[in-house]
Design a protein around this ligand. Sequence first.
Ligand code: DAH
Length: 357
Amino acid sequence: MDDLKAKYLGQIAEAGDESALEAIRVAAVGKKGEVALKMRELGKMTPEERQVTGPALNALKDEINSALAAKKSALADAALDERLRTEWLDVTLPTRSRRQGSIHPISQATEELTAIFAELGFSVAEGPRIEDDWYNFDALNIPGHHPARAEMDTFYMHRAEGDDRPPHVLRTHTSPVQIRSMEKQGAPIRVICPGGVYRADYDQTHTPMFHQVEGLAIDKDISMANLKWVLEEFVKAFFEVDDVELRFRASHFPFTEPSAEVDIRCSWDNGQLKIGEGDDWMEILGSGMVHPKVIAAGGIDPEVYQGFAFGIGIDRLAMLKYGIPDLRAFFDSDLRWLRHYGFAALDMPNLHGGLSR
Ligand code: DAH
């Protein structure tokens, strides 16, 4: 039995791939393998001999089986390492010119709205997508127990074992960039903050990652009237029409007081989404006068300064403008879809050339 053990454990250690391992398994512990043959001899033994040899054979079989399993997983690890070593991609290589890419409708919409807000005096600010709990919530007047935290279907990141600081989150909105911008620039300030945001939600008009643009204007004499005018100017310019019907609905956000949600008139006709006509409304943004606590959290004196803020869904805007009925298609990477809805790479939007020629 010692010979058998030495022989097979030796072979297993030497085995170079899974098929060699399988051959060893069959020869050693398979139905007709050497250990099975030895087991058959048990019948010819005296009861005393059997009592010793039986368990010893079983132990041998177990030992060979576990050596096989250990070697198998070591081989799999080695194969994976080898694959990772050989299969790599130089992402800095130039693309093939005959396969010209196109600009994604969301990038296009982002460029368009950036051009419009630039004309209105807003500069662009960016913030991290993995955000500190404080910036995403507390600084925006959403304390720990606030229901808005649950409503936002937040994705939380793991902290290391034993680290009991609040976890980082995938930012649920672009509003934390308001705080970062106020901290950085002080007042007066006029910024927009476009970028990706994350929430656990999925249907025709929701995806777990989507895009917003935050707007913030802080100065000494800003009112709701300024907010309304800016939003109306923006929507007219973006949709390239003289008249768009907007509906301002009183609403509630922890970071604004008063607050309003804005819907745009639209229709869904045979799965076609049309802007400006019909009996449906699509919510495109939330807005309001920035809460004094939020201004203070940004390091600005709310006794001296006030202002407005808004958060617009970029994907929603793109759906409406380009008549795209399903949000999920934006992120499917379907080449036919991209060719159909994409924009020529050199057609950068600007106001004098027309936004979306
Ligand atoms: N952060 C809000 C959301 O994601 C949108 C929003 C509402 C932003 C009102 C604002 C605002 O700046 O004033 O649902």
